[in-house]
Design a protein around this ligand. Structure first.
Ligand SMILES: [Zn+2]
Length: 91
């Protein structure tokens, strides 16, 4: 019984991390869109997708076609590197 409770707790924790990342990306996307629009490369202009970035180590991810893939990778980065805050944004 105890195992089931801790598994549920873990799921709840993961869920809140995912929603936190989503909220964070929405908050930052407006600012980022303004800066990226000015420095759009041909590649970025032709491919609309998602990237995630970690402010703690300055890492910017590769391009992802789907938001959930980018969020998943960002979450993996945060669990591998405790204390790092990564957010997903649209490109
Ligand atoms: Zn990091």
């Amino acid at each position: 019984m105890k195992k089931i409770i801790s598994a549920l707790f873990l799921l709840l924790c993961l869920g809140s991390v995912v929603s936190y990342t989503a909220v964070e990306s929405q908050a930052k996307s407006t600012v980022l869109e303004q800066t990226t629009e000015e420095s759009l490369t041909n590649e970025a202009a032709s491919r609309s997708g998602y990237r995630w970035r970690c402010d703690s180590c300055g890492y910017t991810s590769e391009w992802h076609a789907f938001a959930n893939t980018a969020v998943k990778r960002a979450n993996e980065h945060m669990s591998k590197n405790p204390g790092h805050i990564a957010y997903t944004y649209r490109v």
